[in-house]
Design a protein around this ligand. Structure first.
Ligand SMILES: [Zn+2]
Length: 177
C-alpha cells in the first residue's frame, strides 16, 4: 500500500517548516488537537464508520521555535553564508574563484571561525594581505556571523507537490530547499 509511505510536512505556529514526519504521527497530532491540517493528500484512511483524508501539511497549534541546527565551520559554509559575494567589493564569486579571508589575519592569531572568516575575491584578499580591514582601509559589506542553516535543508528529499504549492495553495518550503 503506497499510502503507508506518505510523509507529512509539519509547520510551527509561525508557518515555518520544522520537520517531516510519517503521516500517522501527523494524523494523531491533528486528532489530539495539537495541530491542524492545511493541505491534504487525495488518499484516504478508513475507520469502520468514517473516511479521512491524509494530511499533507499540518500546523502546530502551540508555539514552537525553529529547532537550531549546529553548523561546523567549513570553507563551503562561509562562502554559502556570504551568498557567493566578495565581502569587500561585492564581486560575484564561484566555489572555485572564492577565497577565504581571515579578517584578523592568521599571522596575528586570527582563528578559522565563522566570526573571523569571510568570502573574498582573490584580488581583495591579496591586497588586504596581512592587515586588518582598518589598516587596509577596506570595509566589510557585512559583519561575519554564525550562519543560519534551516533544520530541514538537505533533509526533505523529494518534496511532495502538496508542500510546494504545485498541488495546493502555498509553497511551504520557500527559502528552505
Ligand atoms: Zn573583492
Amino acid at each position: 500500500m503506497e499510502i503507508l509511505n506518505k510523509s507529512t510536512l509539519v509547520l510551527n505556529s509561525a508557518y515555518q517548516p520544522i520537520e517531516k514526519v510519517h503521516w500517522i504521527k501527523a494524523f494523531i497530532k491533528v486528532f489530539q488537537g495539537r495541530a491542524r491540517a492545511v493541505e491534504y493528500y487525495s488518499d484516504v484512511v478508513r475507520s469502520p464508520n468514517d473516511e479521512y483524508f491524509i494530511p499533507a501539511v499540518i500546523v502546530c497549534t502551540e508555539f514552537s521555535r525553529l529547532p537550531r541546527r549546529k553548523t561546523t565551520y567549513s570553507r563551503g559554509h562561509v562562502i554559502e553564508r556570504d551568498n557567493y559575494l566578495c565581502q569587500y567589493c561585492h564581486r560575484k564569486l564561484t566555489k572555485n574563484s572564492a577565497t577565504i579571508d581571515h579578517v584578523l589575519p592568521r599571522s596575528r592569531g586570527g582563528k578559522s571561525s565563522f566570526l573571523n572568516c569571510v568570502a573574498s575575491c582573490e584580488p581583495c584578499n591579496a591586497f588586504k594581505a596581512d592587515r586588518t580591514p582598518e589598516e587596509a582601509k577596506m570595509k566589510l559589506v557585512r559583519k561575519p556571523r554564525k550562519p543560519f542553516i534551516h533544520p530541514l535543508k538537505g533533509k526533505i528529499g523529494e518534496p511532495e507537490p502538496e508542500w510546494t504549492g504545485e498541488r495546493g495553495s502555498t509553497n511551504y518550503l520557500a527559502g528552505v530547499i
